[in-house]
Design a binder for this molecule. Structure first.
Ligand code: FES
Length: 591
């Protein structure tokens, strides 16, 4: 019996396709109009690289390689890929790494955020286009992890996130330093003429002591932590520094887990649910996480039709204490968080706030993972709910006539003395205007004024730069002023601190009320009342709008044209409108 089965049907030939149910190398065949030929040709080409039929019969695990000479935050990618491959092969799979766009914060012009959605599209389409039964996403630097999760959520193939891990801290003249909270602090001291050119050059050598992501609770660390809370990473995978054996072991385990996910077809939509998104929001608040985290989480959730309600976020913020004592809200660094037990230790403290039945990449629930977490021990980085570093969540959502669609302040990193403040607006029309005038000795500005920067929102710059952390005008810095209320439609780095109102929505460049603020207007900030108010009456604002009509920025061609035409506002995650899910399936947090 060679050509016929005992049931009388022809036996499948070596190049017959199983159609939609195909696995491994037979998945997603190139369209030549003859599926048998497509598979025949594919196998012929891959055999040119020395693969055997045995290897090609295994489940294929794609590994997204975002290593790049332009991305030192991913400098350990080759070692991680090797460890993931080991894990995949030990579990019986065939690893196949492939490149996508890699985006580093300091090497992306105009901004990394401008490229996040492009990277997400690259990730989504390459996962979809190439045959893989599961995919390991290796990311780390700020925009890479959200881009990969957004892309993977849309592609619908089983996916697991591996982060590159944080960099080590350095030492400058006896003081421990790390990127990038200390970068900003030292630069502020240099601007204030507290340190000289020789010292600023010295510290420049010490701030980034190894490859890996920023060593504080900036956006990269925030995204790593909330990815573990989402269930999209192996337990304990968020915190191991980049150059440690722990990080390599996490990589090996990630590879093996990906093979199991391929077998059970554990797709992202089963893990990224309203419950897991709500868990991630709790963690974002409890770690004093980056304000960027809310933008990215909104974009990831939007890919699955899950909306994040800012009023609900503010409500749960009032009941979720900050427990992690890391810069910029606290004093420690990521490697200390890892030594203190990392995310399993934090999640154990947050247990009463979490949906423990949310599924994770292991196929088990978050509660089951926590039951198996290592035991607690004495440490001073992760506090208990009874003795938090800050009594309520790190973020507060503000509203008012200046931000009808909302604005965000990182209250845990703000100056308590400025959180209830009224002052005179000192206005900069855009980033260029600010760069030109902020240090002008003739600038009419005082410490109690409020700095306002327009047109750094999603379409304004474009790409919503992290310019919301406006520098203190030099003449005030020299006089010892460390913080002022600053308001913009842009973002700020997760490593920054200060009384800074961000993500004002709608942005000035599309005619949001921020566009009509003038020098000398009074502005009132009340974090207690969650208010950001421009003390100018509606009739006057309407007159200004009529006198100064604003139309949405446009571009002639290329990616910039696509970006400006389709990018959404901060409350929608700054995703492209056509990439969000077509229908809303859920809204979180629940009432
Ligand atoms: Fe890459 Fe900070 S610049 S994580």
């Amino acid at each position: 019996m060679t050509d016929e089965t005992k049931h009388g049907k022809p036996a499948p030939g070596p190049f017959d396709s199983a159609g939609a149910a195909a696995r491994g190398v037979a998945r997603g065949l190139t369209n030549y109009g003859d599926t048998g030929f497509s598979l025949f040709l594919r196998k012929a080409f891959i055999k040119g690289a020395g693969y055997t039929d045995d290897a090609l019969s295994r489940p294929i695990i794609g590994i997204v390689n975002t290593g790049s000479s332009y991305n030192p935050c991913h400098g350990n990618a080759p070692q991680l890929i090797e460890a993931v491959k080991r894990g995949v092969m030990l579990a019986g799979g065939l690893p196949m790494d492939f490149p996508t766009i890699s985006v580093h914060e300091s090497f992306s012009q105009p901004t990394s955020m401008y490229l996040r959605n492009l990277m997400s599209m690259d990730t989504e389409e390459m996962i979809r286009a190439q045959p893989m039964d599961a995919v390991v996403l290796i990311g780390g630097c700020d925009k890479t992890v959200p881009a990969q999760l957004m892309g993977a959520a849309s592609a619908g193939v089983p996916a697991i996130q591996l982060v590159t891990g944080s960099m080590l801290t350095g030492s400058h003249r006896g003081e421990r330093v790390g990127a990038c909270t200390d970068c900003r602090r030292y630069w502020g001291r240099y601007r204030a003429e507290e340190i000289d050119a020789e010292e600023i050059a010295d510290v420049n050598n010490q701030l980034v002591a190894s490859v890996g992501t920023c060593s504080v609770m900036g956006t990269a660390s925030t995204m790593a932590c909330i990815t573990e809370a989402l269930g999209m990473m192996v337990a304990g995978g968020a915190s191991a520094p980049a150059v440690t054996a722990d990080r390599v072991r996490v990589a090996e385990k990630t590879g093996a887990t990906a093979v199991a996910m391929a077998a059970s077809r554990l797709t992202p939509d089963r893990i990224l649910t309203g419950k897991s998104i709500e868990n991630a929001l709790r963690v974002l608040l409890a770690i004093g996480g980056s304000t960027n985290g809310i933008v990215h989480l909104t974009a990831i959730a939007g890919r699955l039709g899950i909306d994040i309600d800012l009023a609900g976020l503010d409500r749960i913020s009032r009941e979720t204490p900050v427990l992690v004592d890391l810069k910029p809200s606290g004093q420690h660094y990521m490697e200390d968080f890892h030594h203190a037990g990392g995310m399993p230790a934090l999640l154990r403290e947050l247990r009463p706030y979490l949906h423990l039945d949310a599924l994770t990449v292991s196929g088990r629930t978050l509660g089951e993972e926590l039951d198996d977490a290592p035991p607690a021990f004495a440490q001073d980085v992760i506090r208990t709910a009874a003795s938090p570093i800050y009594p309520v969540g790190g973020l507060a959502v503000l509203r008012g006539n200046l931000a009808p669609g909302g604005a965000i302040i990182k209250q845990s990193a703000a100056n308590a003395a400025l959180m209830e403040h009224e002052g005179r607006a000192v206005v900069f029309e855009d980033a260029e205007d600010m760069a030109k005038r902020i240090d002008d000795e003739a600038l009419d500005v005082a410490a109690e004024d409020i700095l306002v920067l327009k047109r750094i929102g999603p379409t304004g710059a474009p790409g919503m730069p992290e310019a919301g952390y406006m520098p203190i005008p030099k003449k005030l810095a020299r006089a010892g002023v460390k913080d002022m209320v600053r308001i913009s439609d842009g973002r700020m780095s997760g490593t920054a601190a200060g009384t800074i109102v961000l993500h004002v929505t709608p942005e000035a460049a599309i005619g949001g009320p921020l566009a009509y603020v003038r020098n000398g207007d009074r502005i009132r900030l009340s974090v207690a009342r969650r208010e950001i108010a421009l003390l100018v009456d509606d009739a006057e604002l309407a007159r200004r709008a009529e006198a100064q009509p604003i139309s949405r920025p446009v571009a002639e061609r290329g990616y910039r044209k696509l970006f400006l035409q389709t990018v959404t506002q901060a409350d929608q995650g700054v995703d492209f409108d056509f990439l969000r899910a077509g229908v809303t399936r859920d809204t979180v947090p629940k009432k």
